[in-house]
Design a protein around this ligand. Structure first.
Ligand code: ADP
Length: 153
């Protein structure tokens, strides 16, 4: 059976840390679906979601086993719909662990055939976070070293 994983997140923006998790995930899974969780009524994003979809697709244009979707439902439901039995997540520190631990339990409860799989961050990328990139970008700083694509002007 094909091993399909969902890599869910806000990806506001998608970073080199995220890219690393996806590429390392490909050593474990046949296909990875990057799911950008978005509630258009409640979420105010910094980077436009459609632009981000395009930039992530561009980043992985050479891989036909990496897809990008936007979703506005339970991650467990998204996984079920796509026949994905794995949720891929990255862990940087104990704060990530505390959070991931509880959502993994809930996701398993919502869909019993869903196994969460965690990859530990690559040390050189551990400090990269979407929130820091947003902050630097907001004040005009150069974030190009932290993202795997050029930002549109
Ligand atoms: P969320 O809003 O669901 O936390 P994010 O877009 O911030 O989504 O992150 C998605 C996933 O990527 C999470 O599992 C997060 O821990 C992981 N992640 C974020 N940055 C890094 C990084 N630098 N290295 C490894 N994993 C990371």
């Amino acid at each position: 059976m094909k091993k399909i994983a969902i890599f869910p997140g806000s990806f506001d923006p998608f970073t080199k840390g995220h890219e690393d998790i996806v590429l390392r995930g490909l050593t474990l899974f046949d296909e990875i679906i990057i799911g950008i969780g978005h509630n258009s009524k409640k979420n105010i994003r910094y980077f436009d979601i459609d632009v981000m979809v395009g930039l992530i697709e561009e980043t992985f244009k050479d891989y036909d086993n990496i897809k990008v979707v936007v979703y506005n439902e339970l991650t467990a439901e998204l996984a079920r719909k796509h026949g994905a039995n794995y949720l891929l997540r990255g862990l940087r520190n104990t704060t990530d662990f505390e959070y991931e631990n509880s959502i993994a339990q809930v996701n398993k409860y919502l869909y019993e055939h869903l196994e969460s799989v965690f990859l530990i961050t690559s040390p050189e990328l551990a400090a990269i976070s979407s929130s820091i990139i947003r902050e630097v970008h907001k004040y005009g700083g150069d974030v190009s070293d932290f993202i795997p694509y050029p930002l549109p002007k």
